[in-house]
Structures are given as C-alpha cells and as structure tokens.
Design a protein around this ligand. Structure first.
Ligand SMILES: [Ca+2]
Ligand SMILES: [Ca+2]
Ligand SMILES: [Ca+2]
Ligand SMILES: [Ca+2]
Length: 346
C-alpha cells in the first residue's frame, strides 16, 4: 500500500472475522510531514482591527469590524508541516485536528483562520487566490487592545506564545486604519515577538495567505539597474538607499529617510528633552537591515542599539512607514553628537 499525498491521508478499513465484517474504521497517516513545533511554525500576520463594515456589508448582516478578522500562519522550515496536532488555546480557540483537508503546509506555505467566513469572502472577493488555504473559523475575536495568543500541541507544550498590542510601540496603522500586523522575517525572528519584529501591511486589508515582502534584486531588475551603489539621479542616495527608504531612483529625492530631532517627553513621570530618530522605510523591504550609528568625534562610530524604544510607528499610506525611536535624554547624550544610518542587505 502506498500513500502518495504529502500530509494527512485518511484510510478507511474493515476487518473480516469469521465472515463478519467489522465496522468501518478510519486511520489517519501523516506522510512525509513533521508535526508543528516551535521550530517550524510562525504566526505571520494578524488582522485584529479591520476597517469598519461598508453599508453593503452591514446590509448583508456583517455589522462588526471583527467579522473581517483573520490570522495567518507560515511554515518556516524546509519540510512539510502538518498542523493536525495543535490548537489555539489562548486568545482565540481553534482545534486544527478537526480540519479535514489542507492542513499540511509545504515549506514557505501559509494558511489563514478567519473570524467569519462569509464576511471574509464578501470583503476579499476576487482578491482571494483559489489556492488560499482557509482552514476555518476560530471562536472568539482578536482583541482590539491586543492580547496573548497561544498555540500549543496536544501534549500541552506551548509552540507559540505572543502578545500583540495596540500601544505606541506597535504599528499604529494596524489599529483601525485597516492595515494588518505583519511579522518581519518570520523565519529569522521565530520566537522573538517584540514589537520591533512587526510592521503594518503594505496595503489596507493586509495580504491573507501571501507575503508583501519586497526584494531588492527584483526592484533593481524592474528599474533596470545593476550597481547597488549607483546614483543615476545624483541626489546622493544610492540605489540601495532609494530602495530601502522608498524613494524614486530616477528622480531627485529630497528625503534622506532619517531625521534626528529633540522633543520633550514624559517618561516614568520625568519630563525631559529627548533625542528622537525618525526612520522612514519602504514597507516590505524586510531584506534591508537598518542601523543607526553615533559618534562624539567623526570616525569613532558606534552602533546605536536599536531597539532603544519605539514611540511611534505609522504607515504613511504611500508605500513607506515612519518609525520613531527614543535614543536617550539630551542630558545623557550631550548636544554634540553625530549620527548616520547604515543600511545593509540581508
Ligand atoms: Ca478585533
Ligand atoms: Ca500575509
Ligand atoms: Ca539616487
Ligand atoms: Ca532619488
């Protein structure tokens, strides 16, 4: 007997005993797939506060934003992963063992769970790829103020434990402007769920079952460029910089993607002047590492450890987002200091 399908195969069998056939029994085999674990599975997108329903959607009976929620998981390993042994046990409830088909994810493949399937289908309509794996509807809602989400296996081991939030260190645009929360490089930041590893989606409504990560190589090809350091429009920004900060490589760009300012902030009940850096980047350019360096004297650059602290993260609606970090108080740092941004490709 051969089982050909990767993932779940259900066999139905009867046993003959003294000319009596037994009742039909079902046996489940998982072929060439690993069970989901903390090493091979990641939550890649959370659409916890979708846009409010339109008039048509309300008329169809979907009068709550939460009807349009979804959550996405991705197989970050190089082998097929079967989800049949896991469940969402905290935040929302969903038992993957009750899913009959489509619950094995190939390497890099994604699936989603939705709040309300007909609502989701109505809103996303033609944008739904026929290959999109919608495994079902979960119980409960993705809390609009953030909450702890727990995925565990049947043995009781926690596989994913993440707490998202709508606070100021989290992408503001995912909190009611219609963007979703996207995990940056889920395969690299697997168990680190700090807000620095999340951004807003590049477009409103997010990208269920897909990724909106862009590629520098592709962008170079599309713009007919070969040299990473070229500066065809002579605005002082290299090709890599223009890609990273979301500017046009063929037009003089006034932006630098990077601004330092002083602002009064109250932190732990102390009002002080703080140095703040605003970094603007192309949404989805997750293949670029952003680093800020500072120096008291030129040529003595040291890495500024980012994250320091995010105080604002907003999608600008034009393909870029701006993330503001507090570097430190002016008292600590002094007023004579140099800063520069260092961009590297992954
Ligand atoms: Ca919600
Ligand atoms: Ca996605
Ligand atoms: Ca340029
Ligand atoms: Ca330019």
């Amino acid at each position: 007997m051969y089982l050909k399908d990767v993932g779940r195969n259900l066999l139905k069998a009867r046993v003959k005993n003294n000319n009596e056939w037994s009742a039909l029994t079902e046996v489940e085999f998982i072929v060439d797939a690993q069970s989901a674990s903390a090493q091979n599975l990641s939550i890649s997108e959370i659409h916890y506060r979708p846009l409010a329903p339109t008039l048509e959607e309300i008329e169809a009976g979907y009068n709550d934003r939460s009807d349009f929620e979804f959550i996405e998981l991705v197989n970050i390993s190089s082998r097929p992963v079967d989800l049949g042994s896991i469940e969402f046990s905290g935040g929302i409830k969903f038992d993957f063992s009750l899913v009959d088909s489509n619950r094995t994810l190939l390497p890099g493949e994604r699936c989603i769970l939705v709040n309300n399937l007909p609502a989701f289908v109505m809103r996303y309509g033609d944008a739904i790829d026929p290959s999109l794996k919608i495994l079902g509807e979960y119980d409960g809602n993705l809390n609009n103020d953030g909450e702890q989400l727990i995925v565990s296996n049947k043995a009781g081991n926690v596989i994913i434990d993440l707490t998202y939030n709508d606070g100021k260190e989290w992408p503001e645009s995912a909190d009611g402007m219609g963007y979703s929360l996207i995990k940056i490089n889920p395969e690299k930041t697997i168990s680190d769920h700090s807000p620095n590893n999340w951004r807003s989606s590049s477009s409103v409504g997010g990208n269920p079952g897909k990724s909106d990560e862009t590629s520098f190589q592709l962008w170079m090809m599309e713009n007919n460029m070969q040299d990473t350091l070229s500066d065809a429009d002579k605005d002082g920004l290299t090709a890599l910089t223009e890609y990273a900060i979301g500017t046009d490589p063929k037009k003089v760009s006034p932006e630098s993607g990077f601004e330092i300012r002083v602002n009064e902030l109250e932190i732990e009940e102390l009002v002080q002047e703080f140095l703040i850096v605003d970094i603007t980047r192309r949404v989805g350019a997750d293949d670029v590492n952003f680093k800020i360096q500072m120096a008291q004297r030129l040529n003595e650059w040291v890495d500024l450890i980012i994250p320091t602290q995010i105080i604002k993260s907003i999608n600008n609606g034009n393909g870029t987002e701006t993330v503001s970090y507090v570097i430190g108080s002016l008292n600590q740092i002094g007023t004579e200091m140099y800063f520069r941004q260092v961009l590297t490709l992954d």
